[in-house]
Design a protein around this ligand. Structure first.
Ligand code: EPZ
Length: 422
């Protein structure tokens, strides 16, 4: 398994191109199942997760062509040759569960392995299943699979979500596109990824209103057609690289960055002392050299502070001039980066869903282990300032969500390299 070596080496300066959003492109790929016409996606990031989801979609009969060096995906689900998404494939990528809604709507049947939990939590799917039952599906759980059937098609319904679940909103919205009648999803997720999925479905002929708000109304249509859709910039990659110059010093311009994708996060970055400027090509982040102010954060559904940036923000708070409190409300086990940061000399105390971070003068490089996608990148961020060398192992987690991170960071002055694993 590969490792990444990073050494504290002073300020970062330059530009980083922000790739297309992982948590958007995966859903747009699933939407291809809704039509027998081609769906072409552009500004596609080159990430391991895309390969994993491609395997799932191809196992269902969807043809996928990678063009322009992987930046363009042409998906063609003219004919679904299977309605079963296998455990072996789904267990590798939870987002595969988003094939359930479109496949059920298109084919009247879907057999999808339960995704199972992951390092950060149980990751239940009860809201997904409740939503599809309200649309008229029969749901059976057998041998670890969800068997969903709707032989006479789906019928529009009211779907009140107990929590603004991103995945449940997206499975319900895609299924409702081909249901007979009107569907109203209440307490819907407002994430930019969900809004981008709605925009793609509308380009395919769906009738959707209210995406991006907490109430989404879908008028079912007979059929959807093909489309070409660009993937929005990755707000989590952008946030991650906004934190890098705040930890290491310097000024970095994020090409393609957009402030509207990170309203709460941007506010917290400014509270910590970052200077943010919207530029012609994106967003510039400058560390003015006055230290890092301690900032309290509570993760919430969009437009609140994103849980996917909590680990990275903690790495920055480890160097703050004081004490900060980070409350994780979305996942039950998302502080696994804390013990690894402690090994680098951080002062972090976790009590239930709250981490108390007391800033320290310096941290020391160490051998650390990545446990999940965002935890692993927080260790790299801390390594940008820690004295000595930090070796982050198990970087396959990283490759799921960050495209060539060592190249992007070394291009702005970081001392970072990938070491081929044994
Ligand atoms: C999406 O996961 C993202 N993944 C996650 O990003 C992100 O952290 C999360 O949304 C929250 O923003 C993708 O988009 C591929 P949820 P999802 O349904 O859809 C519970 C990353 O690092 N829940 O909003 O699974 C669930 O257990 C990943 O890129 C139920 O209890 O998130 C969790 O505690 C990590 N029952 C909470 O809700 C359900 O039926 C949020 O889940 C559904 C969810």
């Amino acid at each position: 398994m590969d490792s990444i070596l990073v050494k504290g080496n002073g300020a970062l300066n330059g530009q980083i191109l922000i790739a297309g959003a992982k948590n958007t492109v995966l859903k747009l790929m699933c939407a291809a199942l809704l039509t027998d016409e081609p769906l072409t996606l552009t500004n596609v990031p080159r990430l391991a997760d895309i390969g994993t989801l491609s395997d799932v979609l191809e196992s269902l009969g969807c043809e996928i062509a990678q063009l322009s060096n992987g930046r363009v995906l042409a998906l063609n689900a003219t004919e679904l040759t299977s309605h079963k998404a296998d455990y072996d494939l789904v267990r590798k990528l939870r987002a595969s569960f988003n094939v359930l809604g479109p496949m059920l709507a298109r084919a009247g049947e879907a057999i999808v392995s339960m995704p199972g939990g992951c390092a950060i939590g149980a990751r239940a799917v009860d809201m997904h299943l409740d939503a599809l039952e309200r649309l008229g599906a029969t749901i059976e759980l057998k041998d670890g699979y969800v068997h969903a059937t709707a032989p006479n098609g789906l019928k529009g319904a009211e779907i009140p979500l107990r929590f603004a679940s991103v995945g449940a909103t997206e499975n319900a919205m895609t299924a409702a596109c081909l249901a007979k009648g009107t569907t109203v999803i209440k307490n819907a997720a407002r994430e930019p990824d969900t809004k981008a999925l709605a925009d793609c479905l509308i380009a395919m002929g769906a009738q959707i209103e209210g995406a991006g708000t907490d109430t989404i109304t879908i008028q079912g249509v007979e059929k959807l057609h093909g489309a070409t859709q660009a993937v929005i910039p990755d707000r989590i990659e952008m946030g991650t690289f906004m934190i890098a110059p705040m930890i290491a010093g310097g000024s970095v311009e994020l090409l393609g960055g957009r402030m509207d994708l990170i309203p709460s996060f941007a506010q917290k970055m400014e509270e910590a002392g970052a200077i943010l400027e919207e530029t012609k090509h994106g967003l510039k982040v400058t560390n003015p050299g006055n230290g890092i102010k301690p900032v309290n954060v509570t993760t919430e559904p969009f437009p609140g502070f994103p849980t996917d940036l909590q680990a990275q923000f903690m790495a920055m708070m480890c160097f703050a001039d004081g004490v900060s409190f980070l409350n994780e409300t979305i996942f039950e086990n998302r502080f696994m980066h804390a013990p690894e940061l402690l090994r680098m000399g951080a002062n972090v105390e976790v009590q239930g869903g709250t981490a108390t971070v007391t800033g320290v003068e310096k941290m020391n490089g160490a051998q650390v282990m990545a446990t999940d996608l965002r935890a692993s990148v927080s260790l790299i961020l801390a390594g940008l300032r820690a004295e000595g060398e930090t070796q982050v192992n198990r970087v396959y987690h990283l490759d799921r969500g960050y495209e060539r991170i060592e190249q992007k960071l070394s291009a702005v002055g970081a001392t970072i390299e990938r070491v081929q694993g044994s």
